[in-house]
Unconditional design. Structure first.
Length: 89
């Protein structure tokens, strides 16, 4: 796993997040925050591992809240979490 592969995963996840319909206000806020975090990372020319720490924490939180209602999104989140862990984040 390298930064380019992680970037591709995050782009895919960002696209899915932007199309996801939410059930409640908390989920909507959580997804919007994730979407903004990912967009911020994707807009940087180069990211260091410490840039991903907050994203990793937010992804873990989101998986816990969205697993039942959004299984496809949480699958993509888990893949991103695994990739971040592989990179030592």
């Amino acid at each position: 796993m390298n930064n380019e592969e992680l970037r591709a995963q995050l782009e895919h996840l960002h696209g899915e997040l932007s199309q996801t319909e939410t059930v409640d206000a908390h989920q909507r806020d959580l997804l919007k925050t994730l979407e903004n975090d990912i967009q911020d990372l994707l807009s940087r020319e180069q990211n260091q591992p410490h840039h991903y720490r907050t994203l990793g924490e937010r992804l873990n939180e989101a998986v816990a809240h969205l697993e039942a209602s959004h299984p496809q999104i949480t699958l993509l989140m888990r893949r991103a979490i695994d990739s971040l862990a592989y990179l030592g984040v």
